[in-house]
Ligand binder design. Structure first.
Ligand code: KG4
Ligand code: ZN
Length: 403
């Protein structure tokens, strides 16, 4: 099955085309094309993502990105298409709120052949609603123009499923020998949750954050320390430098909710503890100079490490408890924060020591953050389950849940 997938839930505009084969225990995904336009440089100026800006950028980028992606997949063929009047009206209605996009969309559709694809999949939540809507409307208009089924995808399911894959070539991912129950730890800028999948594609959320998501805490702490957005990689880079030194760490930070009998998380107390530490020593908030090391750099490395250690402790502790209770033998860690090598390493160590039978899966390198490949994979399984959206009535849902 050939899937065209679209992702616009936050600050990345992404489109992919995948050839998918297989079933729930093993599958094969050939990436025919994969495009991603990050808005990070635009949002960095504001220190975070602004929904209206994200929406505008998605609307501007989707049609050109689709053209590039089809071309890369060798599916772009020029041809004059006469859109039927009813389709034209329908597309006009679907894109009524995307006035920037409507005209270029119609122009594009009128000059290319319908590509050989079996389904279009799109993220319809969770995320920033204005950003989600652009992708949803675009996907619906395409489904009408090309008369292809539309498959709505939950962004978090994309993060979950891509964590199960392994890269076996530059353009080739596989899922091998996976059996439910599967425990998922989803850690991103908007979410921190533990979900149990059983049966396949059916989820139960065991716990989630009561305040900030762990990625959000990384971003906020980085910002307090004068580091650029997104903060996760920045904190991680500083923390790694401190670990090389292996000296004792002067900062003691809390591990909120680590001993509570549930699977919930809280990261705002940890963030506030960092804030107070910085208030006591304003040098910790100074920007690094372009020349590199300044007097405060060592301290910042130590604080970054103390923060990363605290966050990792809580994630590992709660997740291991959930593994023990559910007896799941597969752990999938997905979402932007799963790129964190220290967190990955902490999980590897803890599992080797305590639950060596657990099969740990993390996304292939470069596919931890938002992308359209993960949406294509989830869309493939949802299409197999015939979870199609009636044409024209898909609604974006910023608070969509997995369970
Ligand atoms: O999944 P994602 O790309 O977008 C959302 O759906 O939120 O996750 C983005 C989050 C950001 O908070 C970013 O700081 C964090 O992932 N992140 C990291 C690392 N790389 C990205 N956090 C910790 N360590 C990293 N290496
Ligand atoms: Zn995400």
């Amino acid at each position: 099955m050939r899937i065209l997938s679209i992702e616009t839930s936050c600050d990345e505009t992404a489109i992919a085309i995948l050839d998918c084969h297989g079933d729930e225990q093993s599958a094969n995904f050939e990436i025919r094309a994969h495009s991603l336009l990050s808005q990070i440089d635009i949002h960095r100026e504001f220190g975070g993502v602004f929904p209206a800006v994200a929406k505008r950028e998605h609307a501007k980028n989707l049609v050109p990105l689709l053209r590039d992606t089809l071309e890369e997949a060798e599916l772009l063929h020029a041809d004059t298409q006469l859109l039927e009047e009813t389709a034209r009206v329908r597309i006009g209605e679907l894109l009524a709120r995307e006035s920037d996009m409507a005209e270029v969309f119609i122009e594009f559709i009128s000059e290319v052949e319908r590509p050989d694809i079996d389904a279009i999949t799109v993220t319809y939540g969770p995320g920033l609603e204005p950003a989600l809507w652009v992708g949803v409307n675009f996907a619906q208009a395409l489904a009408v123009a090309w008369n292809v089924p539309l498959v709505p995808v939950n962004h978090m399911e994309g993060h979950f499923l891509i964590a199960l894959t392994k890269r076996i070539g530059e353009h080739h991912l596989v899922i091998e020998e996976v059996e439910v129950p599967i425990l998922g730890l989803l850690i991103s800028g908007g979410h921190t949750e533990i979900d149990l999948m059983e049966p396949w594609l059916t989820y139960r959320t065991l716990g989630q954050t009561r305040d900030d998501a762990v990625g959000e805490a990384f971003d906020k702490v980085a910002r307090m320390m004068g580091l650029p957005y997104p903060g996760g990689p920045e904190i991680s880079r500083l923390a790694a430098r401190d670990r090389e030194d292996a000296s004792t760490n002067p900062y003691k930070l809390p591990r909120p909710m680590i001993d509570t009998p549930d699977y919930d998380f809280s990261f705002s107390g940890l963030k506030t503890a960092v804030l107070y530490t910085i208030k006591d020593d304003p040098e910790l908030a100074q920007h690094e100079t372009a020349e590199g090391a300044t007097a405060d750099t060592r301290k910042k490395e130590q604080l970054a490490r103390a923060f990363e250690d605290a966050a990792a402790d809580v994630l590992v502790s709660k997740t291991l408890k959930a593994l023990e209770e559910t007896q799941a033998q597969v752990l999938a860690i997905g979402g932007g924060v799963s790129a964190n090598m220290h967190i990955q390493e902490r999980f590897r160590q803890a599992l080797t020591e305590k639950l060596p039978y657990v099969d740990l899966r993390v996304p292939p390198e470069g596919l931890t953050g938002d992308n359209a490949i993960m949406i294509g994979i989830a869309g493939f399984y949802r299409a197999q389950a015939e979870n199609f959206a009636p044409t024209g009535s898909l609604i974006a849902n910023g608070n969509l849940r997995l369970a």
